[in-house]
Ligand binder design. Sequence first.
Ligand code: FE
Length: 203
Amino acid sequence: MTFELPPLPYDRDALEPHVSRQTLDFHYGKHHQGYLRKLNRLIENDSALAGLSLEDIVRNSAGDLFNNAAQVWNHSFYWQSMSPAGGGVPQGELAQRIVRDFGSFEAMQKRFTAAALGQFGSGWTWLVQKRDGSLDVTATSNAETPLTDAVTPLLTCDVWEHAYYLDRQNDRGAYIQAWWQLVNWEFATANASRSSHRDAAPA
Ligand code: FE
């Protein structure tokens, strides 16, 4: 059993000028691909894992296997969190829920940016939906992912240096500002409504 790298949802130069083709060549073509290669090597010939989804492996593993499986999942989620047609503000119910839970779009953006800037070392910043349906901002270290918590991720920003060093060197703040220009609110909205339906279903 092996996993495959999901295709990027856009061309490698499609996020320019915010994120360069060179960054996507390395970030998708080398880093994401590298985690996938290591994951496939780790699960090779492990019959206990046969037939498990990537999500199942992330939720039930530790050590190297967790790190590589979670990084494969996190990156696939990250590519979808951005779009060449992204940026701006969300519409409809998600917009209302952001105002309800954070006070305003700007207040949410400020909290997310502060979490992304304040993440010490490598990690991820997430907009999540909690079990009670409220929205929150969380940060995870290294490969850690909200997939293992009782929350539903809606969006993520990768704050590992490999996400921005080629374009911005050490200026994580400039990268986060660029990321806001790309945010795929349609993806976040779809994740939020998928999870409301799941939570509404009988256990
Ligand atoms: Fe990354």
